[in-house]
Design a protein around this ligand. Structure first.
Ligand code: HEC
Ligand code: HEC
Length: 274
């Protein structure tokens, strides 16, 4: 009984809160300046998170970092892009992105601002200062990472360019990318494999399997970068198999492969390459 009344009380409290912010909203919508009127209210981000998980997570992921196999952006890194403001994000949520699967949403102003607050709260800060040894990090990067990753134009391209990465991702996200690459796979680097008959390979042809990252796809064809870092295009009709894999092509680096101090060195090196 006591528990129940406590729950009721908090329900009444949040309903009162919703009413009061709706009132604030009505006043502020008269002004031309579109700043988030809920900016300083921590409850707004929480309420926005609930809305996000029910309305947006199917495409953008429960943590707003995107989902493997769905081409919707990681929303934690939008704030680093030039020209991203609360108002622009508000308008994007309201109007959707024409010509894409991002739909328009019929939320009220307060709800839309709550979503903006939520997205602010999960923003990758990039403010982290790694304080390892950049010189040691540079040589560790060269021996462990650069065959797949470019930094300032040098290195491989099976994985994303890491030149600006420390300003676009939080420290936790970066560490996670290295320890558990398959947990969140970077957009445009989804692993795929194809099997096709190679007619040039002797009598009746020979089956070949090629693994790589999916670069683009339409109804009839795909373009991928194979693990030898060659861009290849295939007609879907020519493929015996086309599989979307769940394991990233990046190997997981455990603490025995790369100690925490060594990883800190690498991230310090990357931070020095902004
Ligand atoms: C059906 C899938 C889908 C749903 C549902 C969806 N989105 Fe999107 N969203 C996308 C796609 C795809 C894009 C990229 C559009 C483009 O630029 O081509 C996008 C783009 C965005 C952007 C712009 C990102 C940038 O780069 O500036 C924001 C902000 C955004 N979505 C927020 C939301 C929010 C908040 C919700 C829930 C209310 C939501 N989306 C629901 C698919 C979706
Ligand atoms: C065999 C190739 C390969 C090697 C070696 C490799 N990576 Fe990757 N990496 C990838 C691929 C492919 C992706 C994109 C798919 C994904 O996110 O898992 C990626 C993604 C990443 C990301 C996420 C980027 C983003 O935009 O979120 C980071 C960070 C990263 N790698 C760091 C490293 C570091 C540091 C090393 C060395 C310790 C390393 N990688 C070694 C292939 C590799």
């Amino acid at each position: 009984m006591k528990k129940y009344s406590k729950a009721m009380l908090s329900l009444v409290r949040s309903v009162t809160w919703l009413f009061s912010i709706t009132a604030v909203m009505c006043v502020s919508s008269v002004q031309a300046q579109q700043i988030n009127p809920l900016e300083s209210d921590p409850r707004a981000a929480r309420a926005g998170g609930v809305l996000f998980r029910s309305q947006c997570a199917t495409c953008h992921g429960g943590d707003a970092k995107g989902i493997t196999g769905i081409d919707a952006p990681d929303l934690t890194s939008i704030w680093a892009a030039e020209g991203t403001t609360d108002e622009r994000v508000f308008q994007t949520i309201r109007n959707g992105v024409p010509g894409s699967i991002m739909p328009a949403h019929g939320f009220t102003d307060p709800e839309t601002w709550m979503l903006v607050s939520y997205l602010r709260s999960v923003a990758a800060t990039g403010a982290t200062e790694f304080s390892g040894d950049a010189v040691r990090g540079s040589s560790l990067f060269l021996s462990n990472c650069s065959r797949c990753h470019r930094v300032k134009g040098e290195g491989g391209s099976l994985g994303p360019d890491l030149s600006q990465i420390t300003s676009r991702r939080s420290a936790a996200a970066l560490i996670n990318s290295v320890r558990e690459p398959s947990a969140v796979i970077a957009r445009r680097y989804y692993p795929v494999s194809v099997v096709f008959e190679d007619p040039g390979a002797g009598d009746g042809g020979r089956r070949q399997r090629v693994q790589g990252t999916l670069k683009s796809e339409d109804a009839f064809s795909i373009q991928m970068m194979d693990t030898n870092q060659q861009l290849r295009a295939f007609m879907k009709a020519d493929l015996l198999e086309f599989l979307r894999e769940s394991e990233s092509l990046m190997p997981a680096f455990s603490r025995t492969d790369l100690s925490s101090a060594e990883l800190e060195d690498i991230l310090t090196f990357l931070q020095s390459q902004l």
